[in-house]
Design a protein around this ligand. Structure first.
Ligand SMILES: Cc1cc2nc3c(=O)[nH]c(=O)nc-3n(C[C@H](O)[C@H](O)[C@H](O)COP(=O)(O)OP(=O)(O)OC[C@H]3O[C@@H](n4cnc5c(N)ncnc54)[C@H](O)[C@@H]3O)c2cc1C
Length: 370
């Protein structure tokens, strides 16, 4: 399959890392991205040792580390601010930190630059309007152009239109009952690791760079209310009233509606096939998780590496797609289910989960080779 021409739909975290993995194997890669501005929202993301290992394998580890803030342990606090524990994080690559906090725009810049340097061609403001064919996929694009590809990868996220085209009867993303409020702040010298607060509201501080961190607060959101952009700062300040005092103290600095990022939490996991013919799905398009274990992007990144690996060794795409799903299925299902269970316990739907124990167990799963 090494001569295959591949189209990736969606130039987000999963699509871009897949393009780098595929280019390293010698495949020709075109990408299309719906957003003409190719923008990402401004807060950050936590990535753990399996992602550090994946970035090393992709050959982009130095650029990646320079763009974020590495740390080797997690500090756990009680809601009253008592420091309960400093939990060391295991490394999977000795030379590098165990975890990285990174601003989403910084991650996007590194991945976009490295994908293009690797030879992926990216067209912005374009979607696929139809996918058809047998031994190759005939693609019609929204800008009126068309192309023929050996393989198409749908990496178009939680609300994937590729998934809807392939599997119109597939389940839709489900709201979990929680939402997450996030906001960037200047990083105080004391925040050099993830500060996680125990309790029924998930909350904490994540270092992103020398001068930057973000605050997150996970709240019950019965009925999945819509929050208009106008008034978001006030809404987040209100939500922070019930937060641990050390977190609530940041409320005074929240004044700009545009600086608040609110997301209702949704999940999806496809238990049926992940491909149809020569079109295959990866990342949130096939397994979107809540952020309670900080692994959604990690799973998308690992998907691309495994898919490239299987395509490089298989004679036929469908053989590679089946092997790819077999290698990814249980790991991704575990992350989706365990993350959701933590959220359900915060909502009182399940008994309380010991988050430190859940994180240790999760690490055993993701430390295994991909
Ligand atoms: C509140 C919250 C916090 C999170 N925190 C973390 C964390 O700390 N650590 C972690 O690992 N993960 C985290 N995640 C999960 C992580 O953001 C996702 O798992 C990850 O972004 C999935 O990558 P993806 O490439 O599959 O999808 P996306 O990143 O959503 O990328 C999809 C891309 O496809 C484009 N697109 C969509 N439709 C089309 C179309 N029809 N045609 C062309 N392009 C299209 C989009 O514009 C986008 O660029 C969090 C998620 C949430 C909601």
């Amino acid at each position: 399959m090494r001569e295959a021409r591949i189209l990736i739909i969606g130039a987000g975290i999963g699509g871009l890392t897949a393009s780098i993995a595929l280019r390293r194997r010698g495949f020709e890669v075109d990408m299309i991205e719906r957003d003409p501005a190719w923008s990402v929202y401004g807060v950050g993301i936590i990535q753990q040792a399996n992602v550090i290992r994946a970035m090393t394998e992709l050959g982009i580890i130095q650029d990646y580390l320079e763009a974020g803030f590495g740390f080797d342990y997690v500090d756990v606090f009680a809601p009253d601010g008592t420091h309960l524990a400093q939990v060391p994080s295991r490394k999977l690559v000795d030379a590098y930190p165990a975890n990285l906090g990174i601003a989403r725009p910084a991650l996007h810049e590194v991945l976009g630059r490295c994908a293009q340097a690797a030879g992926a061609r990216i067209r912005l403001g374009v979607t696929a309007t139809s996918l058809s064919g047998g031994d190759e996929v005939h693609v019609e694009f929204s800008d009126g152009s068309a192309g023929r590809y050996d393989i198409v990868i749908g990496a178009d996220g939680l609300n994937s239109t590729t998934r809807a085209q392939l599997f119109p009867d597939a389940p839709r993303p489900q709201f979990t009952g929680q939402g997450v409020w996030r906001h960037n702040f200047p990083r105080p010298a004391s925040v050099v690791s993830l500060h996680a607060y125990a309790g029924s509201l998930g909350m904490g501080l994540v270092p992103l760079a020398d001068n930057l961190m973000y605050l997150f607060l996970t709240t019950p959101e019965p009925g999945n209310p819509h929050y208009a952009r106008s008034g978001l700062a006030r809404a987040m300040r209100d939500k922070l009233r019930d937060a641990a005092p050390a977190i609530a103290a940041y409320a005074d600095q929240i004044a700009d509606d545009d600086a608040v990022v609110y997301k209702p939490l949704e999940w999806i996991f496809l238990t049926g096939p992940w491909h149809k013919g020569r079109v295959v799905l990866l990342g949130d398009a096939v397994h979107a998780t809540t952020p309670h274990l900080g692994q959604g992007a990690g799973m998308a990144i690992e998907d691309g590496i495994v898919l490239a690996d299987e395509l490089a060794r298989a004679a036929e795409p469908e053989e590679a797609f089946a092997a790819y799903r077999a290698r990814r299925f249980e790991r991704c299902r575990y992350i989706v289910e365990q993350s959701k269970a933590i959220g359900d316990s915060q909502l009182g739907l399940l008994p309380p989960v010991d988050q430190a124990k859940a994180t240790r167990e999760m690490f055993e799963v993701v430390a295994a080779p991909i």
